[in-house]
Write a protein that binds this ligand. Sequence first.
Ligand code: PLP
Length: 357
Amino acid sequence: MSLDLLSIPAECVTQSRISELDYNNIEFGKIFSDHMLVADYKDGAWQTPQIMPYGNMSLSPATSALHYGQSIFEGMKAYKAANGDILLFRPLDNFRRLNISAERMCMAELPEDIFMQGLEQLLRLDAAWVPPTSGCALYIRPFMFATDDFIGVRPSSSYRFTIFSCPVGAYYGQPLKVAIEPHYVRSAEGGAGFAKAAGNYGAALLPARKMQERGYHQLIWTDAKEHKFIEESGTMNLMFVIDGKLITPPASTTILKGITRDSVLQLARDFGYTVEERKVSVDEIVEAHKAGKLQEAFGTGTAATIAQIATIHYNGQDMDLPAIENREISNRVATELDKIKTGQAPDKHNWVYRISL
Ligand SMILES: *Cc1c(COP(=O)(O)O)cnc(C)c1O
């Protein structure tokens, strides 16, 4: 099936809810733009997608995603350029990753035109919801779940793909206090850690809450075998600057391959920094800190782009890192990435997908 450009049937709202939105005071994840896209897969084929007013869905209690977790998602942001165009950051990479997750979870493969044209048409319709304010963006949530109403454990034969969006304010996150997790595991070799599969996040909530109760914002996951090697922090990839080099654990089956991660590494290479994608042991971090060589630590992900880490806790001790303003590499890359995403710096790597209204 191939869709003509902007040919997705749309039922539009009679009255937009945009006046409910206060751009200067956006509460994350609670206000949704007017429309959503819905495409169903059944009888071995994707049916014609539809755009409709954002609203509840009716589901059978036996909906298999609710029981056995065939449910995957993506997260991306759209920005408003100075001339009013909508700018998406690397949406094709989100599309490809959705299908990598789908494959691992034994779900139907989504065609590119449903994702990309659905996204484009939806954004044209909800263009007013992309905040013009600096630092703000429209967060876009594509996701897919199994819809068979059957409670036998087997891959579903029907799926629903949906995209909705919500405006988000500037991320003024304070620098994070994180703790290295010595017991719980997010992901093991051969598991599904590289997929954005719903269950991975559900299983991470308890360990994260326990860390929060101990006074840390977030935890650092370690490898499932020995808890010796650093994996990720919460739902962000993790990077360190040790002795001037940018170091991050390699993408593997246990680590989610972040699009922000890839972009940060590319920009750091462009700037001429040494970048190493290799295993990072907890011991190496502790030793580097002792020697005064641990210069920066930060998480990368769509939500925050770069989330600075102020303190890393391990084995009864807090390791405090240098002041945020002295962190050359992360600050430089964060600024450049922000400019590229909003159309204020040249897009040398063709990352930006522009929708001219
Ligand atoms: C989404 C996610 C990331 C970050 O990916 P981005 O593409 O940069 O947003 C990192 N780790 C996990 C576990 C994630 O779910």
